[in-house]
Design a protein around this ligand. Structure first.
Ligand code: SF4
Length: 246
């Protein structure tokens, strides 16, 4: 298949620029430093069309710091599912102030959808994929609608479906940038140390990866960081990286 076949074509009605071939960009950035990948994403997609998606979890401050250094006004989308730890909400506010993030958008599920599909708040137990769909996937699709590209913090060392992620990939009609694809856990710790970034308040309690309360448990040091997510279930991803955003 030619590179042209992988050219990302935005909605013609949106009046947005065409974007370069995904493979070409991935090849160019394969060994680039995370800050250079973020800067290139900004130049490629354009100031008005790039967002970052962050969970404000245990490793999120590193990517937020590098992004804020490039441009603190890049919109940051945060999915406030209605099931988050209070500590995560507080950490979001701490990092907004600390890093000078100027456009953090806390996106909530639609109340009407919650009333109709999860009135008793037990969907996380009976059908976690449906719960993630109404609380994460659909809200993210809405939030990303104005954007042509997005940045996220997945790493290959997280294992599972993340082992082989490229630096740049196509996500429906958008470019998706993974500046930390090649980065090690030690390098992330180094960013925290050199910038004196505060840890997530729950990190010291053994939470190595933090999502929603009912679906997050502590991990032991000999487990993968994400072992505490949906523990005891076959589910390993919420769907925002596996379901194609529209
Ligand atoms: S992580 Fe759990 S509580 Fe959060 S949206 Fe998914 S299933 Fe629901």
């Amino acid at each position: 298949m030619t590179a042209l076949a992988h050219r990302v074509s935005p909605d013609p009605d949106a009046g947005l620029p065409d974007l370069p071939a995904v493979e070409e960009l991935d090849r160019a950035l394969r060994n680039a430093a995370p800050a250079d990948i973020i800067a290139r994403a900004l130049r490629t997609v354009g100031r008005e069309h790039l967002a970052l998606v962050s969970s404000f979890g245990t490793e999120s401050a590193a990517l937020l710091k590098l992004t804020a250094d490039v441009d603190p006004a890049i919109p940051v989308i945060f999915l406030d599912t209605g099931w988050l730890f209070e500590e995560t909400l507080a950490y979001r506010d701490t990092l907004i102030a600390r890093l000078g993030l100027r456009d953090v958008r806390s996106i909530k599920p639609i109340e009407e959808t919650l009333s109709r599909e999860d009135a008793d708040r037990e969907l996380w137990f009976s059908d976690p994929d449906a719960c993630c769909r109404i609380r994460k996937v659909e809200p993210l699709n809405r939030a990303l609608a104005p954007f042509r590209g997005w940045i996220n913090g997945r790493k290959r060392f997280q294992g599972g479906a993340r082992t082989a992620i490229p630096v740049v990939e196509q996500d429906a009609g958008r470019l998706k940038f993974n500046p930390f694809a090649n980065v090690s856990r030690e390098e992330i710790a180094g960013i925290y140390a050199s910038a004196d970034l505060p840890p997530h308040p729950l990190a010291a309690s053994g939470f190595l990866s933090i999502g929603c309360m009912p679906c997050t448990s502590r991990s032991s040091p000999d487990e993968d960081a994400r072992a505490g997510r949906w523990r005891g279930r076959p589910k390993t991803e919420c769907g925002i990286h596996t379901a194609k955003a529209s």
